[in-house]
Design a protein around this ligand. Sequence first.
Ligand SMILES: C[S@@+](CC[C@H](N)C(=O)[O-])C[C@H]1O[C@@H](n2cnc3c(N)ncnc32)[C@H](O)[C@@H]1O
Length: 206
Amino acid sequence: MKEQLKGLLDQAQINLSEAQIEQQLALVGLLDKWNKAYNLTSVRNPKDMLTRHIMDSLAVRQYLHGQRFIDVGTGPGLPGLPLAIAEPDNEFVLLDSLGKRIRFIRQVCHELKLTNVTAVQARVEDYQDEKQFDGVISRAFASLNDMLSWCEHLPAENGRFYALKGLYPQDELEQLPEQYKIESIEQINVPGIDASRHIVIISKRS
Ligand SMILES: C[S@@+](CC[C@H](N)C(=O)[O-])C[C@H]1O[C@@H](n2cnc3c(N)ncnc32)[C@H](O)[C@@H]1O
């Protein structure tokens, strides 16, 4: 699996240290182990987890600006955990309403000694943090409209929303509330994934 991951990272031109590669592989091992009891992901095969979870999450990395991020509806820590491993100097809050997913993330942080992750069990609409975020990230969480309305209190003044989507979300973009503007929409190529992937980056109009 290590050689496969290294090949995928090379194709995507993503640089990780040897220790970070080991941590990503350990994350896949823990996902596989806990999946049996906790039903964390419908992806059952560890090799598919490399592409559909690790590589898909890391594809966001090059677009992030800032130091402090929240991954809302993170599930078992996706994309937040692969990003936190790749960016140890940045801070990540990983939030989900389901306790078993948050317990899994805490176990991963303990086993991989990740000190830049805080796992929070809450509904995002109710969550208050004393510091605001440079970025609000989500994958497979909600429509753009719902994400913006549930998370509007979270970003700092110049903060951004990063929504990972499959197909180009034309309908959702047409319904974007006026106070928001699209910074960019990028098509992402994730090695090993054939399906269409996009990242939508949104900010609040000043
Ligand atoms: C389809 S899963 C996606 C998980 C992960 N982001 C991924 O890409 O694999 C959506 C997650 O959002 C969480 N969720 C849904 N509504 C939420 C809310 N209002 N606040 C916090 N988490 C929520 C669910 O518990 C679930 O874990």
